[in-house]
Design a protein around this ligand. Structure first.
Ligand code: S3P
Length: 186
């Protein structure tokens, strides 16, 4: 597990960008936001990319942007709500760093996105609810889950930092001083 890179994943409105920024500050690491990188690369908003070029085009750019981040270490990445859903992206993320799922209730999402005009996939309530339900299976494949409905950004950040600390220690434990083969270390 490579704990020197953190991907924050989860549904639209979960608070991924805020938590990523807070983590970056606490860790002293750079923060990148996949949606922002897409917008600056395309010189247009996400909504315009969807409207002019369609979702398939958006997903291609999203995948390319993700691949470009793989070389950087000590980085926190705020993903888009759909980034972790595709198998290719998910494999890249889980191999490259740790994935943190901000699990938020649908009611919270509705509350937060009530007057949103920037997210094309949030325009239709029924479609959004279906996406919310079907995507949970993919999000559940993240390394760590945080309840993002009940806790503040600061509390979520501290929980994540504590988990990273434990994982860093756990995965750096060396058994080389033992004479037993790994199969006996149960
Ligand atoms: C999307 C979520 C958005 C953005 C795009 C598609 C999705 O990001 O990437 O509108 O598929 O859920 P946020 O999760 O940051 O809103």
């Amino acid at each position: 597990m490579r704990t020197d890179k953190v991907y924050v994943i989860g549904f639209m409105g979960a608070g991924k960008s805020s938590v990523a920024r807070a983590l970056g500050t606490r860790l002293g690491w750079r923060v990148q936001d996949i949606d922002e990188l897409i917008e600056s690369r395309e010189h247009q908003s996400i909504a315009t990319v969807f409207a002019r070029n369609g979702e398939a085009y958006f997903r291609r750019i999203e995948h390319e942007v993700l691949c470009e981040l793989v070389h950087e270490r000590q980085l926190v990445v705020a993903t888009g709500g759909g980034t972790f859903v595709g198998t290719d992206n998910r494999n890249i993320i889980n191999k490259d760093g740790v994935s943190i799922w901000l699990d938020v209730s649908f009611d919270r999402v509705i509350d937060r996105l009530r007057s949103d005009t920037k997210r094309p996939l949030a325009a239709d309530h029924t479609r959004m609810q279906t996406l919310f339900e079907t995507r949970r299976t993919a999000y559940a494949l993240a390394d760590f889950r945080v309840d993002a409905s009940l806790t503040s950004i600061d509390e979520q950040t501290e929980q994540i930092l504590e988990w990273i600390r434990i994982e860093t220690i756990r995965t750096s434990v060396s058994y080389t001083h033992l004479t037993l083969p790994p199969s006996d270390l149960v």
